[in-house]
Design a protein around this ligand. Structure first.
Ligand SMILES: Cc1ncc(COP(=O)(O)O)c(C=O)c1O
Length: 437
């Protein structure tokens, strides 16, 4: 076995020869156990190899692996629609399934275009929606996702995300500590200056007229762009603008869904219901599956054959998703996400008092970002990388994100215990001591 036959295209964060997973742990071929706070990039919310999910997969695989939905009606898919209806707002009662997150976003845009008869979409700075051509055009978190792939599809317009720590108005008027306090108070904080929403209105006046704008697509908590929680007033204003102009509001809940933010979906934090929601990642504990949920009056405008695919929804993935949702509910993992997230947030904020390099600590539930800065307040990617390496040396796996690569993201599996959070905080504190000495 040799790694040289793997494509070089994967930027592999760690070179760990992993053999198996168990709850919040990954275990390598030598038996070394790592606390996996990467969670397979926010996928393994029920923990690795949850016995109930494993059993559901095994049982379904023995019955039927592939039942093409254009040909027959596999029963696990209907069970999945029943489960989804119990955890989504009642209005979002009609579902399309595919295999990956990017496919779900692509599908959501195709649906929005057909349902409105309009062409354009608005996305937000720092967005990550995938790596297909349309979703690349909608992704603005880093130019490495677009470099040497241009030109990309047209009709995509970019507005600022409400990112209080880097808001240009707040940067002029507030100290870094005040910006960090403002950022940490979201989504409830009501001191938003309104800059980002003004820019959305401006975009609609200057570049994409409302009557040709099909949708606004937004991550309710920015993922790859830096784990940024926007003010509730920003999201609510987007809802009002969309309603005023007949623009569809699409939430990309691919990273935020299935308990990650301490609610089943991040939309619950903002007091509004989007028109369309894209989901993937945590939906099936790692089996490939994604979903677009929409209001029936929108979905019914999508005519038979206008979209589809061979695999989506794979029947084994659908069975895994049914059991994943039941496990999340019956084992109170959404509540655990909120409680462990609060514990983690408290611990990280205490560390922020001791270590000024922790410029901003923010998040919702078990989706927490720590933004590292140097003495001038500038992004410190070198320190960020040093810290994640030191943590990995001590068996804690953490990923980074953010345009400048200076945000450490905390995404523990939602089965994580109080003691494991304390252990992770201790490892991180020791790494901070060592890296800043
Ligand atoms: C918010 C968001 N949208 C879309 C995607 C793309 O999902 P996939 O990699 O499954 O295509 C991701 C992946 O990280 C994501 O975080």
């Amino acid at each position: 076995m040799s790694k040289e036959h793997l494509s070089t295209v994967w930027a592999r964060a760690f070179d760990i020869p992993v053999e198996r997973g168990e709850g919040p742990y990954l275990i390598d071929t030598q038996g070394r156990r790592y606390l996996d706070f990467t969670c397979g990039i926010a996928v393994s919310n029920t923990g690795h190899a949850h016995p109930r999910v494993v059993r559901a997969i095994q049982e379904q695989a023995a019955k039927l692996i592939h039942g093409q939905i254009g040909v027959v009606t596999p029963q696990p898919v209907l069970q999945l629609t029943d489960e989804l209806r119990q955890i989504l707002p009642p209005a979002l009662d009609t579902y399309f399934f595919a295999n990956s997150g990017a496919e779900a976003v692509e599908a959501a845009v195709k649906l929005a275009r057909q349902a409105t008869g309009r062409t354009n979409v608005i996305v937000f700075e720092g967005s990550f929606h995938g790596r297909t051509y349309m979703t690349m055009a909608m992704t603005t978190s880093k130019n490495s996702y677009r470099l040497r792939y241009q030109p990309l599809p047209a009709g995509v317009f970019v507005a600022p995300y409400a990112y209080c720590y880097h808001c240009p108005v707040a940067r002029r008027t507030l100290s870094p500590a005040e910006r960090a306090r403002l950022s940490a108070s979201q989504p409830e904080g009501d001191a938003c200056c309104g800059y980002a929403i003004d820019q959305v209105q401006y975009l609609l006046k200057t570049q994409t007229a409302p009557q040709e704008t099909a949708a606004m697509v937004i991550e309710p908590v920015l993922g790859e762009g830096g784990y940024v929680v926007p003010p509730r007033s920003f999201i609510q204003a987007l809802r009002r603008i969309c309603d005023e102009h007949g623009i569809l509001l699409v939430f990309d809940e691919i990273q935020t869904g299935f308990g990650r933010t301490g609610k089943f979906f991040a939309l619950e934090h903002f007091g509004i219901v989007p028109d369309i929601v894209a989901m993937a990642k945590g939906i099936a504990s790692g089996m490939p599956l994604s979903c677009v949920a929409a209001r029936r009056d929108i979905m019914s405008k999508w005519t038979a054959g206008a979209h589809g695919g061979t695999y989506g929804p794979n029947v084994v993935s659908a069975a895994a998703a049914v059991e994943t949702i039941r496990v999340l509910r019956e084992e109170n993992l959404v509540e655990n996400s909120a409680a462990r997230g609060a514990q983690l947030m408290r611990g990280l904020r205490e560390l922020q008092q001791q270590f000024p390099v922790l410029g901003d600590v923010r998040g919702l539930g078990s989706m927490i970002g720590v933004e590292l800065v140097d003495a001038t307040g500038a992004p410190d990617k070198a320190l960020t990388d040093r810290l994640t390496r030191l943590c990995a040396d001590h068996n804690l796996l953490l990923l980074t994100c953010g345009t400048y690569g200076n945000v450490i993201r905390w995404i523990p599996p939602l089965v994580v215990s109080e003691q494991q959070i304390d252990e992770a905080l201790n490892i991180f504190a020791a790494a901070l001591d060592q890296a800043t000495a």
